[in-house]
Design a protein around this ligand. Structure first.
Ligand code: FPP
Length: 263
């Protein structure tokens, strides 16, 4: 009987195939992505300012990165700042930028020491030059590490990512280096921000909200979605394990037949 968690990889695009083949233990998702939600509500429930929720959110992030590496997850993508988050009050945007700066300054050496490789997805144009160079530094310093891959979605919106990819495809077509009839889903996928990273197996959203909010819309085509009621600052290894247990109970079919009904 075919194993539903180990589909025929011949039918998959190269990054997906590499991802599936490389995953040693099919019960541990190779790539987990997290929408870290609920910092503000965590703080409000305690009569604290929102920034305190974000600060505690950074602590939860540190715990989660550590736990993910120990559990054998190969890639962890986090939604740290969306392209829509600029609409928040300027003071909150400033607080979030300050936390990101501090996170990179304080934690980069430790992440590097723990063999974590950092990659960034999202629109880099027009970012504050100091933030841009910190992001660049994190990627450059850790580029040869082969432990956990930590993908930070910063100034990221999935529709924006897809539109930027489509623009680059259109430019190639206009230059004559790509034929319109050769533009397939695989082609477009290669112009996304990190085409070499396989799609997330599991996407977790905390705080009880049940939507993707413009996160990894292309890559989430076959991801399992798990929604946790826990506010992000309370997230820890046990909650991550619960989400993985839920993932393990799911049967992934990738558009094929269920193992129990297929022949
Ligand atoms: C959602 O909570 C969280 C965010 C908008 C940002 C997540 C940021 C962090 C965990 C800290 C900074 C990250 C890094 C990498 C340093 P919310 O404010 O939307 O919560 P609410 O829905 O309860 O208001």
């Amino acid at each position: 009987m075919p194993d539903a968690k180990a589909p025929n990889t011949a039918a998959l695009a190269e990054p997906q195939r590499a991802a599936r083949v490389a995953g040693a233990d099919p019960d541990v998702p190779r790539h987990v992505a997290i929408i870290m939600d609920g910092n503000g509500r965590w703080a409000a429930a305690r009569g604290l300012p929102r920034v305190e929720g974000h600060r505690r959110g950074v602590e939860a992030l540190r715990r989660t990165v550590r736990a993910a590496g120990e559990m054998g997850i190969q890639c962890l993508t986090i939604f740290s700042f969306s392209s829509e988050n600029w609409q928040r009050p300027i003071s909150e945007v400033r607080d979030l930028m300050g936390l990101l700066r501090r996170f990179i300054r304080n934690d980069l050496a430790e992440l590097h020491g723990n063999n974590v490789r950092v990659r960034i997805i999202g629109e880099r144009a027009d970012l504050d030059p100091e933030i841009s160079s910190l992001l660049e530094e994190a990627e450059q310093l850790t580029r040869r590490n082969d432990g956990l891959l930590l993908v930070v979605a910063f100034n990221y919106g999935a529709r924006d990512e897809i539109a930027r990819a489509a623009r680059r495809v259109a430019e190639e077509v206009a230059r004559g280096t790509l034929k319109p009839q050769d533009v397939t889903a695989d082609t477009l996928g290669r112009y996304l921000d990190a085409p070499d990273i396989g799609d997330p197996d599991l996407i977790i959203r905390t705080s009880g909200e049940q939507r993707l909010s413009n996160f990894l819309l292309w890559q989430a085509a076959y991801s399992e979605l798990v929604f946790s009621p826990v506010y992000w600052p309370d997230f820890d290894r046990a909650v991550l394990q619960q989400a993985i247990d839920e993932y393990r109970r799911r049967e992934r079919r990738f558009g094929g037949l269920a193992a129990k009904t297929g022949s």
